[in-house]
Design a protein around this ligand. Structure first.
Ligand code: BGC
Length: 734
């Protein structure tokens, strides 16, 4: 009886066409033989206004490790919602929620489960800033594929990754999550990660939908503070921030996330230009845009919306299809449509986009996740091998005086510092499912690495911060009895990531003090630095013989570090972000625009150059570059151009070398950066051998520039192509 009443009540709200259709045995949208667009239209024609609105909302189930993001109790989750942030790794729980959607709602539309899989799900690999230092997009693609497999098999269909915000201020905690300061680098890794996550078919049970974030300009956060205003001209928007998104969209990214930041007066989540004119109209993206966590409601404090309803209106009209968490859409969108403020067309377009992603993921046909054992999903040997290789390749050898590294002829190694016996902080931010129990600390890894060859002992020395010096004495005693001190310092995991800005990027005074004390003993000091951002190492550099930055390596933890220290691994990482001389030098990045007086205007009290430049990184071998050869020095537009350089491994061991190809355009209609990265290539070169690196230049793409509307322009005149200190002139003639 109750069911009949419910049915009658529901039918009053159902469009006439679907009343008839619902009596069919199997509605078209449930027929997997039909093409997706037809299925969408069929389903759309059956949906009520309320059902459509619900598809545009994302609720949460559980919580992540970000204190801002609290969850809704499970019972609050209506089966009709579009998406759920799913913090669990249990497929059974997902299936229970999904059963509610499939069986207890009128149309049985599956829920899309999303989660922040930023640098791995359970097998955690290095943070993105470190991944970029590997200059190995193929390996990053493989790592993302591992993450996708663990994620999908755990009941999550969609990751809020990659973050591809070009970022040039190390004080901003979120630099950890992106691929550094350069637009091209972010673009290359955007493509690699989209390919890794999505594979060739979203409906595979091992792939997930990607989400390019945070669209757009979030990395321009003023003075490195989070969530604040960003001043971005249209020119800068296009030449600095758009490329990674444009390439990510071309690579097929299913979704994008609109950003928190206010872009020169129009917040990213209310920006019709970026969200609709560019993304949907120019780039023809046919997936959907989800807001960032609460970024719709935050239009109110940002001063562009009077209340939640106004915020819903502005975000939706600008082009945000899904409301993450803040219930602006489910409370107000229906009314906005009824009042005629939001058109039926816009509503249908938004719902279509969400359904399209669900259909592409195969959720209508296979809404549930197979229940598997954790051991069949996580830490598979091949997955661990990929994470370890990526961690090895992301290590950057910043300094190596007198070739102190690799440490070979030593018998007593003192391992000191707050990071030496630490696992938790090596995971980095956004790694809530990471499991520290199986991670080997740097100390344990060094012990294993040197077993039978050297004695490895430990003293903590100090904490990450505070002013307790009581551990100094023990550390000094140990160091004085040892041949060398391996000092493991850095940042705690929570010091970078979201809402983790710092006014200075130097390490806390207590850590610097420990280095000074140990240096007094006259023993060689090797600094192992783990952080989620570039560090100010100006005071520490002279106090150490060698410095390695290991970022936050994730699950492989100490093992790759020990490999580099011992020489089992030849380091090949190069910086994806400049290490400034001091925090006061920020923002400092390689592709700055030229000054009116390049010889003047510098700070009077510090050098004008950074401590370590973009792309800096040493190896245990040496490489010699030949001259750049060009296929033509003068050429017309639309002509192919090939440039190449040979690199010889002149040292005494095999190693990887990454060649970075830069261009410069000294005279142009707009002033352009002093140099711009356009291509890179990493090759393994055996000792004594020579490798050839080639760059096929597309004149318009690589030498031209974009204007403030995204139009690519190639002017005639002189350009330079550069690698290291070599450069060659190219002339474009009409
Ligand atoms: C972050 C996003 C994240 C979202 C969901 C927000 O606070 O800015 O990067 O994807 O939360 O957890």
């Amino acid at each position: 009886m109750k069911n009949i009443i419910t049915y009658c009540l529901l039918s009053l709200m159902i469009p006439a066409t679907s009343l008839f259709a619902d009596q069919e045995e199997k509605p078209l949208y449930k027929d997997k033989k039909q093409v997706i667009e037809k299925r969408i239209e069929d389903l759309l024609s059956r949906m009520t206004l309320a059902e459509k609105v619900m598809q545009l909302n994302q609720y949460t189930l559980g919580r992540n490790d970000n204190a801002n993001n609290m969850a809704d109790p499970v019972n609050d989750i209506p089966g009709e919602i579009g998406s759920l942030i799913y913090f669990s790794s249990d497929p059974e729980l997902r299936n229970r929620v999904q059963h509610k959607a499939m069986e207890q709602t009128r149309l049985g539309i599956p829920i899309l489960f999303g989660y922040d899989v930023i640098h791995g799900f359970r097998t955690i690999y290095p943070i993105s800033l470190g991944q970029a230092c590997s200059w190995n997009p193929g390996l990053v693609e493989q790592a993302c594929a591992v993450a996708a497999q663990e994620t999908r098999m755990s009941g999550v269909d969609w990751t809020f990754s990659p973050m591809i915000d070009v970022a040039r201020d190390g004080r901003w905690g979120r630099v950890a999550e992106g691929y550094g300061e350069d637009p091209y680098t972010n673009a290359v890794f955007a493509v690699a990660s989209v390919k890794g996550y999505q594979g060739t078919s979203l409906s595979s049970k091992k792939n997930v939908a990607a989400c390019l974030k945070h669209y757009i300009g979030y990395g321009a956060s003023e003075a490195g503070r989070d969530y604040v205003y960003t001043e971005i001209s249209k020119q800068t928007l296009w030449d600095t921030y758009m490329l990674p998104y444009q390439e990510g969209v071309k690579a097929g990214a299913a979704t994008l996330m609109s950003s928190f930041n206010d872009i020169s007066g129009t917040p990213g989540s209310a920006n019709k230009y970026t969200l609709t004119e560019v993304l949907k109209n120019q780039w023809k993206h046919d997936g959907f845009v989800v807001s960032d966590w609460g970024s719709i409601e935050q239009l109110r404090p940002q001063g562009v919306a009077a209340d939640k309803k106004d915020a819903a209106f502005k975000a939706f009209q600008a082009g945000v299809e899904m409301d993450m968490m803040n219930r602006c859409y489910d409370q107000h969108l229906g009314d906005l449509v009824k009042e005629g403020k939001v058109s039926q067309d816009r509503l249908d377009d938004a719902v279509r986009r969400v359904l399209r992603v669900k259909f592409r993921l195969g959720l209508f046909d296979q809404p549930y996740t197979a229940v598997t054992k954790e051991k069949d999903r996580f830490f598979l040997p091949a997955s661990l091998a990929i994470a370890e290789k990526l961690a090895e390749e992301s290590v950057v050898l910043l300094k190596n005086e007198h070739k102190i590294l690799p440490l070979t002829n030593v018998s007593k190694i003192a391992v000191v510092g707050p990071m030496a016996k630490n696992q938790f902080d090596l995971l980095g931010s956004w790694a809530a499912h990471g499991n520290q129990d199986r991670m080997v600390t740097i100390y344990e890894a060094l012990k294993a690495e040197y077993q039978g060859k050297a004695e490895v002992s430990y003293a903590q020395g100090c904490n990450f911060d505070g002013d307790l010096t009581s551990g100094f004495e023990e550390a000094k005693n140990l160091a004085s009895k040892s041949d060398v001190v391996v000092l493991c310092l850095g940042e705690k995991r929570g010091w970078s990531g979201e809402n983790a800005s710092r006014s200075t990027i130097a390490l806390p005074a207590i850590q610097e003090q420990l280095v000074m004390e140990l240096k007094k003993l006259g023993k060689p000091v090797i600094l192992i630095l783990s952080s989620g951002r570039p560090l100010d190492l100006t005071r520490l550099a002279p106090l150490s013989e060698a410095m390695l930055t290991i970022w936050q390596p994730g699950t492989p933890a100490g093992k790759p570090v020990a490999g580099v220290v011992s020489g089992r691994v030849n380091p090949s990482g190069k910086l994806s972000m400049t290490f400034p001389y001091t925090s006061g030098q920020i923002p400092v990045y390689y592709n700055q625009r030229q000054s009116a007086r390049p010889h003047q205007g510098k700070y009077q009290d510090i050098p004008s150059t950074p401590l370590y430049e973009f792309a800096h990184g040493l190896s245990y071998t040496t490489f010699q570059y030949g001259d750049i050869k060009v296929s033509a020095a003068q050429l017309k537009r639309n002509t192919p151009l090939k440039v190449e350089v040979s690199v010889t491994n002149t040292g005494d061991r095999d190693g990887y070398e990454t060649v970075h190809w830069f261009i410069s355009d000294p005279v142009s209609t707009i002033s352009r950066p002093v140099k711009e990265l356009k291509h890179f290539d990493k090759q393994w070169i055996k000792k004594g051998e020579t490798a050839t690196y080639q760059f096929e230049v597309d004149l318009e793409r690589d030498l031209g520039f974009v204007d403030g509307e995204g139009k690519r322009i190639l002017e005639s005149g002189d350009y330079y192509v550069m690698v290291k200190d070599k450069k060659v002139k190219i002339e474009i003639v009409d």
